[in-house]
Design a protein around this ligand. Structure first.
Ligand code: SF4
Length: 420
């Protein structure tokens, strides 16, 4: 077939696939006028991967549906009023799904009250206690579990059995599952199979292993996420996974992206690179924000999708991190001290003088993910209830009060600059 005919056939096929898909948001399947389609096709060719549809309440991920935009409440779940306020802020900003963390029976009791009043599908972030899935499932539309966290409780029980338990309760409660792999808490068995400098292969391998487990159990209502704070690793991990399992819907996100504007830039780079080659069915923008600004994560996500749909690309092909790079988690129910948000913003202010030096500083809110996710940074801070752990790479420098830690951090930044 001549090239021109092949191109026309491809174009017609893409147009019919996009036009016949069911929804109307950017990159979904709204009926697209031919001229408009041609313009979009010429600009970005966003042929979505042929993922299978996964229903999360009335929001369907994949299957040609619009890319869903979601986020997570950054509150203690047991503070029902505060969590409901964040759900309301996210709903008002247009969230398709809202996630809440659960790590105790008291959290589950609060979750039941919150989900009754929510007007969007609720996803739950199951932390280390996988058995809570049984109590959680009746109140939610999706359960996220982290394969790396299934090793902590009941060590004598196999991971396979734990996954079977989660799949069983999800299936009987009409709930979807997300296999959520995170760079800071990768399954230790997977880490042992690859070279230490290769941080992407263990993540991809862990996601594939858990897809295989669920497939063998006959549970296919799942999606996958592979998150890292480095957008280039997010791009590589998701592309590698999508090449092997193109039918599995992907949830995209850059974890601990940090504060605007840097956090938005990192996220945009990853989303532009992935979505423009058809990868991604739902997105989460993860920013460190003041409480009442929570909806900004949704607005930023929608803005990025609209830009991609319109062919407005702002990223360079890869994220070139030059100069000071501050990553910080968005905080969640596990944050150890509410002073964390101010701390993250103050870190950026007091280290501003080092903006031309290639130093990465990670600021994390809790002991669960803080220790692991600061290991790869030049300098790391992770919060405990009354003090902050300051690290250089994987080594602890010391524990400092919230008042003292910034001065000590500046000394360490000065040392880093002097040593280069
Ligand atoms: S580092 Fe801790 S507080 Fe921050 S988002 Fe992750 S789990 Fe939540």
């Amino acid at each position: 077939m001549p090239d021109s005919e092949r191109t026309r056939a491809l174009l017609t096929d893409r147009r019919s696939r996009i036009s016949s898909a069911p929804s109307s948001s950017p990159l979904g399947g709204s009926p697209v006028a031919a001229t408009e389609f041609d313009r979009i096709f010429d600009c970005i060719m966003p042929l979505r991967n042929p993922t299978r549809p996964v229903a999360v309440g009335d929001c369907v991920l994949g299957g040609g549906n619009a890319i869903a935009v979601q986020s997570m409440a950054a509150t203690r779940t047991q503070d029902v009023a505060a969590t409901l306020r964040q759900v309301e802020l996210l709903e008002a900003a247009g969230a398709d799904i809202v996630r809440i963390a659960v790590d105790s029976r008291k959290d589950v009791e609060a979750l039941a009250l919150i989900s009754e009043q929510a007007n969007v599908p609720i996803s739950v972030d199951l932390q280390e206690n996988y058995r809570l899935a049984e109590l959680v499932a009746p109140h939610v539309q999706k359960i996220r579990y982290n394969p790396g966290h299934l090793h902590h409780h009941e060590k004598s029980r196999s991971v396979r059995d734990k996954v079977a338990f989660i799949a069983e309760v999800a299936g009987s409660s009409d709930s979807a599952i997300r296999i959520g792999v995170n760079c800071g808490s990768v399954d230790p068995d997977q880490l042992g199979r690859f070279e230490p400098e290769d941080s992407i292969s263990p993540m991809v391998s862990s996601a594939l292993e858990h897809c295989d487990l669920l497939d063998r159990m006959g549970f296919t209502r799942y999606c996958v996420s592979l998150k890292d704070s480095d957008p280039n690793k997010v791009i590589d991990a998701n592309k590698r996974f999508a090449a092997q399992r193109p039918e599995v819907p992907l949830h995209l996100g850059v974890t601990e992206a940090g504060m605007p504007p840097d956090g938005i830039i990192k996220t945009r780079v990853a989303f532009e690179q992935l979505i423009s080659c058809g990868v991604g069915d739902t997105i989460r923008v993860s920013l460190t924000l003041p409480f009442e600004d929570k909806g900004e994560e949704i607005r930023v996500g929608r803005g990025i999708l609209e830009d991609i749909a319109a062919g407005r690309f702002r990223s360079v092909p890869r994220f070139e991190s030059r100069g000071l790079n501050i990553i910080s988690c968005p905080s969640c129910s596990r944050v150890e001290n509410e002073a964390f948000i101010d701390l993250a913003h103050n870190v950026r202010e007091v280290t501003g003088y080092a903006r031309d030096h290639s130093i990465t500083i990670a600021v994390m809110g809790c002991r669960v993910n803080g220790p692991g996710e600061t290991d790869d940074a030049d300098l790391g801070l992770w919060c405990a209830p009354t003090f902050v752990n300051l690290k250089r790479g994987p080594d602890l420098i010391g524990k400092f009060s919230y008042d003292e830690v910034l001065d000590r951090l500046k000394d360490e930044v000065d040392d880093s600059i002097a040593a280069r």
